[in-house]
Design a protein around this ligand. Structure first.
Ligand code: ZN
Length: 131
């Protein structure tokens, strides 16, 4: 099996739903309050929908009122990469899966303690591995 980073667009299209593909591979954003996880309170590990990398724990999920799943820190920092995003005439920090490059969402500096960060993530990028 080849590493997920080397998969072609066609292979991703076969593996993912249209919405998952649009969000993770084309840096889309699902509409607020439409995803499956924004209001989910189950315990477990949120993995990358594309490659299964461990991204966030339910222990760090909080209700931001934004309509997207929100976390104050990654489960494994080495799995979550950040790049500056200046699209849509805004300066934001885009976050992605370091293992396969999947777009996850953005991180904002208005989160709760202890980190003060808010990782605003699309449900379509995540797969909850329930405890
Ligand atoms: Zn991934």
């Amino acid at each position: 099996m080849k590493p997920p980073r080397d998969k072609t667009d066609q292979e991703w299209r076969q593996q993912l739903t249209d919405e998952q593909y649009r969000v993770t591979r084309e840096k889309g954003t699902e509409r607020a309050f439409t995803g499956v996880y924004w209001d989910n309170k189950d315990d477990g590990v949120y993995r990358c929908i594309c490659c299964g990398a461990e991204l966030f724990s339910s222990d760090t999920k909080f209700d931001s009122g934004s309509g997207w799943p929100s976390f104050f820190q990654p489960l494994k920092p080495e799995n979550v990469g950040e790049t500056e995003d200046t699209s849509h005439f805004m300066r934001r920090v885009e976050v992605h899966c370091n293992q396969c490059g999947a777009h996850l969402g953005h991180v904002f500096p208005d989160g709760p303690k202890p980190t003060g960060l808010r990782y605003c993530i699309n449900s379509a990028s995540l797969n909850l591995d329930k405890k």
